[in-house]
Design a binder for this molecule. Structure first.
Ligand code: ZN
Length: 94
């Protein structure tokens, strides 16, 4: 994959995503604490889209309806990589 950013640009980008991730986690936490059992609809950390849970080979993944980004939590990622190392996930994240 071609590098689109210089070091400074990339650092800024990482900081942006890290902040978005913190916001997202805070939202998830608030939702859990509120005891709301309704299906979660989270904002995409990357764009204005919404994440929809999708089942992929018995693993729940979150797919953005706008940029089609795929988001997993750490546990989900571990399940996927254990199942299929260097397979489809390599194609997505490679
Ligand atoms: Zn998105």
């Amino acid at each position: 994959m071609a590098l689109e950013f210089d070091e400074r640009g990339r650092a800024r980008e990482n900081e942006y995503f890290r902040r978005k991730e913190v916001e997202l986690l805070a939202k998830m936490k608030a939702k859990l604490e509120s005891g709301d059992s309704a299906p979660t609809e989270l904002d995409c950390p990357k764009c204005e889209g919404k994440l929809h849970e999708t089942n992929f080979e018995n693993i729940t993944i979150d797919v953005c309806n706008r940029c089609h980004g795929v988001w997993l939590d750490a546990g989900e990622l571990a399940q996927v990589t254990q199942r299929d190392e260097g397979g489809w996930i390599g194609r997505i994240f490679g």
